[in-house]
Design a protein. Structure first.
Length: 118
């Protein structure tokens, strides 16, 4: 019966280094500002600090993104997100839309302030 695993401490270190090179660093832990825990379900809702909101704009203006099946109305339209609390998601969407529409008109904007609406 073959035994898998390191034969010595040196082999263990070499295996660890190879695996480590393919692992991406995790995100830093977010700062929790507020937290509410439901005493019946133990579900926790947390308000986390964010540096900003990143939104994809088209020609410098906000837009809505909708997808639908062009063959019929089932299951209906779906509106997709165009703003994110992580810049990477916004950059990926802008790149995808620029490729899809063969343009350079989609760009990411960093939103740090805003007008309160009541």
């Amino acid at each position: 019966m073959a035994v898998c695993g390191p034969k010595s401490d040196v082999d263990a270190i070499n295996i660890y280094v190879v695996i480590w090179r393919h692992v991406y660093m995790s995100r830093p832990k977010p700062t929790v500002v507020l937290e509410s825990v439901n005493k019946k379900t133990y579900k926790s809702d947390q308000i986390l600090e964010a540096e900003a909101i990143w939104a994809v704009f088209y020609l410098g203006k906000p837009f809505n993104l909708k997808s639908q099946n062009s063959l019929g109305s089932y299951p209906g339209s779906k509106y997709k997100k165009v703003s994110f609390s992580n810049p990477g998601h916004a950059h990926n969407l802008a790149k995808k839309l620029n490729t899809l529409f063969n343009s350079k008109d989609f760009a990411v904007y960093k939103l740090t302030t805003g007008e309160e609406v009541k």
